[in-house]
Design a protein around this ligand. Sequence first.
Ligand SMILES: [Cu+2]
Length: 512
Amino acid sequence: MILSKFIDELPILPVLKPRRKDHFFTYYKVNMTEFKQSLHSELPNTTVWGYEGSYPGPTIEVESGEKVFIKWSNNLPKKHLLPIDHTVHGAHMDVPEVRTVVHVHGASVESESDGYPEAWFTKGFEQVGPYFRKKVYQYDNIMQACTLWYHDHALGITRLNVYAGLAGFFLVRNQQERSMNLPSGDFEIPLIIQDKSFNKDGSLYYPKQPEKQVSELETSVIPEFIGDTILVNGKVWPYLNVEPRKYRFRLLNGSNTRFYRIKLDSGQLIYQIGTDGGLMEYPIGIKEIKLAPAERVDIIIDFTNLEGRNIIMKNSAPAPFPRGETPNDNTVGEVMKFRVILPLSSVDTSVIPAYMMPLPEIIEQSASKIRYLTLKNNMDQYGRDFMLLDNKRWDDPITEKPELGSTELWYLINLTADTHPIHIHLIDFQILDRRDFDVEKYKKEKIIHYTGPAISPEPQERGLKDTVRANPKQITRIIMKFDGAYKGLYVWHCHILEHEDYEMMRPFIVIG
Ligand SMILES: [Cu+2]
């Protein structure tokens, strides 16, 4: 189905109002429901799932250090909107079909409120998963200003719940950031980029079977989901009217599998000011930004002196990444359009600061524990490919047990042909380097033989990260301190949701 581009206006996501707010804490209630929404003016309305009646969900804005309680409640139907594969871990016939649990991606948060995949709950908390601990989650937000997002994380159906619409922004703000005079108010816009496919009746399309059909099963998990349309803030190929001035955009890849390589067709520089975990030391000017699923960048685009221009945000990332097809300009090679047609409403006094804040580097020598963790292909009894971390399944005993206060260095040894965005809950990490190595030798002898020099992280990655692209045939080294306030059970996983749902996820426990 061909949909016209740039005929619908970009939705500006609403900011959620707290139910209660005083000196001591803030309380939100967030309801998950099913409803119909227009995702493109040429499509009949689409049945989606959302938070507070909105897909994507309303933006939750908090202050650094603000104590926030959120009651996430499930008011979804008992029947899932999308096809479930009951052979996948945690989605067997013995559990209810529709289960939800909410994770704030990038948050440092107590274990009981992190949205553990087996802490799921059904409508009205009638049934709960084995790790369910509380109805009201507590977020202390002891992070600096950063761009986080919340989304569903229920075991075995995360790909379906997020695809149905369960995702939204969670922004942490503070005085330090405000004092920088970045573009704000109407000139600061979060953008969640996702890909979807539709049936003629406007309903969401999600395949029941992979290309290589599994005849024994009615519904089978697929190795990756690649949609044929691009949505920003829940609209297919939208446009945004802008003034000739600076805008701050928070870009989030909220797609299941698709990566993006973002560029402006005007060829102008994009000023990046932040990574997953907050502001960078200083801004960088770049022409192209890579975004794996769950990665965020905080950027400024300057439309000054561009009156009358149309600027298209393009995407050149192959899908699946990096071995798949390169996108076509007529379709997914474009994301959205900026039309510089609004008159300047006031003088633009916002700035791109020369320097933002110090970012102490974690040095390699400070690591007290080194872990060598493989990303590896496997085949199941139905002949389906699936991926494992450290050759272990979700249900295998916990092996990653970092000590509170310690620093760890992880070698992500990618033996597969895909780039996997590896996400670790609870902490931010820094990328040390990436390096080519001999995959065959490693598979045979478990010996790391490097075949190229260590490559520094890309300029766009030089900041705090919670999701890293682990490229094929490379070892990606990341370093992290478990120095927060929290102990307990968390997870690390690939953020390609089709991988995460099918065993590419492991629990870890912070001890001490
Ligand atoms: Cu993966």
